[in-house]
Design a protein around this ligand. Structure first.
Ligand code: ADP
Ligand code: MG
Length: 677
């Protein structure tokens, strides 16, 4: 059986078993599904087809003896002339002095490494004696740790495959294999470990990419279905008339996108199943208003609501603005870490007595000992800052409110259907009318004088500006403009007429609040800050956003920062100060100046950075795939989603041809308690 311990494979002794454990390999299945992370390709191309800086393989005859030079501390460079197609090229190896003895005049050797077209030189990563044709052309390279070697693993794979090939049963029905032209499971495993050629390897990978995605999408679809069907009794009796009247009191009509999202949210709240919805919308698209209406609707149904945000500053801002939005029939309170002692106790008591309808705070709201009387709706703002634990925490506390996640980071569709595959999604893809686009410029540091003069003139017209820096204090490692230094410089430059403030994450909460208030009241005209102002801060009078070392931020983050301006009626500006070295960096600055659509930017960001980085690895909660890549294999992900939906809606898992697939799902720990029938 595939679940047998690895030690049942011939040749695995205690020592090797322990080493394999170190790689996370405990069973035969773990071993067979321990895939190479890359393949070395020993495919020789004619010299004239080699591309500068590409990884290439060449075969040639060593001329003379290699020369070895030592430098620095235990560093060495070995150079050897090699004749390739009547041309002499140079092979260079670093810190591999031992190779000198192995490469002798007249030897035929195959080198793999990085090609320098201008110098006709290869920087060798790998070499093998003998002509390339005598070698396996595609060589798997496994991720290694401890003393296990690549050769050892290969040998082990061979034995395991022979011993266990009959256990590698197919999990797809035949119809899938034929219509998608996929190799069988056992054949695909064999090809991944011992590729016979490029084509076969490609199809083997394609099979497992699809397999991973299909299993994932099936899980998500089943969990979503379960969530809908097994949480009854949660229907809220909303007073629609009251809600409609409340909407009339807003100073503006809702956009179509807001109305549509709101309708989806209210439908969820009214229906018996528990809402698990993501509200996506660009910065300033008006999510907060929709949230406010949702909270009002919960109150109209006689329930309580909670709004959770990532920072105390934001909590305070939301509290202030909601207090003004609601009439006195709604009682609302702020609960953050800085609300302590008697005040806190009083709030907690009132919440428990349902004397408070809506509680606003950081995510600690649901983690601490807050006891709600009748919690109907929880709204979580900036979901990606929270991680994905919230629902579980709520469930563990015995609470089953409707839950709405909001994010101003427009999540690329690719990621949304993956990371949030078990959620319903509403999108506000329309800006309120009359909003002026923020003009974005890219400036080099030597243009700073002009930037400063420009800001002076904006301030003289009554407006305000942000300066954002990546770091708080000087770091000797990185030469980055830092907030504290910049604050002092600007203070000096603009004194005495223009007041400058400083804001960063290490300030005490009171100090932060004080600075923020001063900025909101225009007592401070220029705010120097780290990215703590990134999320949600709302000062409509600010019209300039200057971002230092802009190349250090991701596109989505830059877009978030840019969203801090352009909130009032005046034309706003965003100035990116950056001197990116590479092409990618330059490209990113250019994209920023050309695109104001958050969704487009996030797609670009994803392409440039990859999904792990997009959310920040730890918090992402993104599923980890072994060989599939959500960005690159996006098409397969979509196909898998459609197939998963069909399998679930037509209840195909009960069909004998899906039995093996169903078994895998049943054994999946994340599917505990899910209904598969
Ligand atoms: P988000 O939370 O999506 O960033 P907000 O809800 O904070 O956006 O809205 C940004 C600004 O736009 C706020 O000042 C808000 O009052 C205003 N606003 C929201 N919806 C509309 C609308 N339909 N028409 C005009 N202004 C709106
Ligand atoms: Mg907001």
């Amino acid at each position: 059986m595939l679940s047998d311990p690895v030690a049942t494979i011939k040749g695995v002794g205690e020592k090797l078993e322990a080493d394999l454990f170190g790689l996370g390999i405990e069973t035969v299945e773990d071993l067979l599904f321990y895939f190479p992370f890359r393949y070395d390709i020993f495919e020789i191309k004619p010299l004239h087809q080699l591309i500068h800086e590409d990884k290439v393989t060449i075969e040639g005859k060593v001329i003379g003896n290699p020369s070895l030079v030592f430098y620095g501390k235990r560093k060495s460079k070995l150079s050897v002339n090699v004749q390739v197609e009547n041309v002499v090229v140079k092979a260079v190896m670093f810190n591999r002095a031992f190779a000198k003895k192995q490469l002798q005049d007249g030897d035929v050797v195959t080198f793999t490494g990085k090609w320098d077209q201008h110098r006709l030189q290869i920087t060798v990563q790998n070499y093998k004696k003998g002509p390339a044709s005598s070698q396996n052309p595609i060589e798997p390279v496994y991720p290694l740790r401890g003393s296990v070697t690549n050769i050892q693993l290969k040998k082990l794979m061979k034995t395991a495959l022979t011993q266990y090939k009959t256990d590698l049963v197919e999990i797809f029905p035949d119809s899938y294999l034929t219509s998608y032209k996929l190799p069988s499971r056992v054949e695909a495993i064999r090809q991944l470990h011992f590729p016979s050629n490029h084509m076969k390897l490609k199809h083997a990978r394609r099979r497992f990419i699809y397999e991973e995605f299909l299993l994932f999408q099936l899980k998500m679809t089943l969990l979503r279905k379960q969530n809908r069907e097994t949480t009854s009794g949660g229907s809220q009796t909303i007073d629609e008339h009251k809600v409609e009247k409340f909407i009339q009191t807003l100073p503006f009509p809702l956009t179509n996108a807001q109305t549509k999202s709101l309708k989806e949210i209210l439908e969820d709240m009214k229906s018996p199943y528990r809402m698990n919805r993501l509200l996506q919308g660009d910065v300033g698209s008006g999510k907060t208003v929709v949230a406010a209406i949702g909270l009002y609707a919960a109150k109209s149904a006689g329930n309580q609501g909670a709004l959770m945000v990532p920072t105390e500053i934001l909590a305070e801002q939301h509290y202030d603005s909601l207090k003004n939005t609601f009439d006195d029939t709604v009682s609302i309170a702020l609960l953050t870490g800085s609300v302590k002692g008697k005040k806190r106790k009083e709030i907690l008591e009132k919440v428990a007595q349902k004397e408070i309808d809506i509680l606003i705070g950081t995510h600690a709201l649901i983690q601490e000992d807050v006891v709600f009387n009748q919690l109907g709706l929880v709204i979580v703002d900036e979901q990606h800052r929270f991680g994905v634990e919230q629902r579980r925490i709520l469930r563990d506390k015995g609470l089953y409110p409707d839950v709405l996640f909001m994010t101003a980071t427009p999540i690329p569709r690719t990621l949304a259907i993956t990371a949030f595959g078990d959620m319903d999604v509403s999108i506000i893809d329309e800006m309120p009318a009359g909003r002026k686009e923020v003009k974005t410029y890219w400036a080099k540091e030597n243009m700073l004088d002009r930037v400063l003069t420009f800001i002076q003139s904006e301030v003289e017209q009554g407006y305000q500006a942000y300066f954002i820096c990546p770091l708080i204090e000087e770091s000797d490692k990185l030469d980055i403009q830092n907030a504290v230094d910049l604050f002092h410089q600007l203070e000096e430059y603009y004194q005495p007429s223009i007041k400058v403030g400083l804001m960063h994450g290490r300030l005490h909460t009171d100090e932060k609040e004080e600075v923020m208030k001063a900025f909101a009241n225009n007592d401070i005209q220029i705010l120097v800050s780290t990215t703590v102002v990134e999320v949600g801060v709302n000062v409509p009078n600010a019209t300039v956003m200057v971002i230092y070392d802009a190349e250090r931020f991701g596109l989505s983050q830059l877009h978030q920062l840019r969203g801090r301006v352009g909130r009032g009626d005046a034309q706003s500006h965003c100035i990116l100060i950056a001197d990116p070295k590479g092409e990618v960096g330059k490209e990113r600055m250019k994209i920023m100046t050309e695109t104001s659509n958050g969704f487009e930017l996030s797609e670009e960001d994803l392409k440039l950075r990859g999904p792990g980085d997009f959310f920040g690895k730890k918090q992402s909660g993104l599923p980890e795939f072994k060989i599939a890549d959500m960005v690159h294999d996006y098409r397969a992900l979509e196909t898998a989603r459609v197939d998963a939906q069909e399998i679930v809606s037509k209840q195909l898992l009960d069909d004998p041809s899906f039995l093996a697939l169903k078994k895998i799902l049943l054994h999946d720990p994340t599917m505990q308690g899910a209904v598969l029938d």
